[in-house]
Design a protein around this ligand. Structure first.
Ligand SMILES: [Zn+2]
Length: 319
């Protein structure tokens, strides 16, 4: 089976981690197991060499993958519009992929949310001349250091020039090279900074991390996210999509509406099981041990968010 670029990154990261742990095991095991490396560090390291793959979507839209979150590119005579910017160290490979699409300069960058694997490239995209668009929540969170305990990582603030300057507090429609580009804001779901983008004529939508195609998602409970908000927003998005829409997920391969609905149903199925166990008074460890994700693991359980991690995220997010 062909590995998706993200699977490749994580498999490569796991291999790299094995090398690191192996090299230091004499020290590490003397005092017990080594502290696990943050997935953020692993993903950043892998991005240094990860190749960028370009997938044509429809019309003049493409998806770039291989550097953190997926990137959507709309290109035309007016220039390029990007959704998300990947990880900074991928710059030369992303710029080469963009140049292979067309020589048009980047005019706009839309950040779907504040997470580093979608905003870390903001500084170089800004330096290339783009105006950066995002929610007020994203502006707030990238302007200061943000701690995410679940990743064991504190994300530093972006440099001032890379903070989005077009700040959205309501839905907004742009007209770019014959394409109607609708930017729609969401209630707190994956984070409290989320938006998604619909390219009307092409019938393509970029859902950011509201959709992880075929893998368990991360949900940022510490920064406004939660399982119930995620399901509610996915229901709201589903109600607006045409049947033959092409979906760019935050992570995983290009998707369709059925895959997105399956993902939403998985979220609801796991939420119902975890919620019932929590209401019985079971602790988080007891709920993890009960394996409430079992029926979905063969499909969704092979990525960085493994079944136990996802169960903990759902448990912690129930209010
Ligand atoms: Zn995210």
């Amino acid at each position: 089976m062909k590995r998706s670029p993200l699977q490749s990154i994580l498999i490569d990261s796991a291999a790299m981690l094995a090398v690191v742990v192996g090299a230091t095991s004499g020290v590490a095991w003397a005092d017990g197991p080594a502290k696990p490396v943050s997935p953020v560090i692993m993903i950043n390291k892998a991005a240094v060499t990860a190749q960028i793959d370009t997938t044509p979507l429809r019309g003049s839209l493409s998806m770039l993958s291989g550097s953190g979150g997926n990137i959507t590119v709309l290109t035309g005579k007016q220039g390029k519009l990007m959704v998300d910017a990947g990880i900074a160290v991928s710059r030369p490979r992303i710029e080469a992929a963009l140049a292979a699409i067309s020589s048009a300069p980047i005019k706009y960058l839309i950040n779907t949310h504040y997470h580093w694997d979608h905003t870390d490239g903001n500084p170089w995209v800004r330096d290339d001349g783009a105006i950066i668009i995002a929610t007020a929540g994203t502006v707030k969170r990238v302007s200061t250091a943000t701690r995410v305990d679940d990743w064991d990582f504190t994300f530093p603030a972006l440099p001032a020039r890379a903070v989005p300057t077009e700040v959205l507090t309501a839905n907004k429609t742009y007209h770019f090279d014959g394409q109607t580009v609708e930017v729609r804001l969401l209630d707190p779901s994956h984070t409290d900074t989320d938006l998604y983008v619909v390219f009307k004529e092409a019938n393509v939508a970029s859902l950011g991390d509201l959709f992880w195609n075929g893998v368990y998602p991360f949900i940022d409970n510490e920064n406004g996210g939660g399982i119930d908000g995620m399901i509610k927003s996915d229901d709201a998005i589903l109600a607006t999509l045409n049947d033959d829409v092409i979906l760019v997920p935050g992570h995983g391969p290009v998707g369709n509406k059925k895959q997105f609905r399956d993902f939403r149903d998985m979220l609801a199925g796991v939420r119902d099981k975890v919620s019932a166990l929590k209401k019985q008074g079971k602790s988080r460890d007891e709920v993890v041990a009960a394996k409430p994700t079992a029926q979905y693991d063969a499909v969704y359980g092979h990525f960085v968010i493994d079944p136990d991690f996802f169960t903990r995220i759902v448990y912690d997010g129930l209010r």
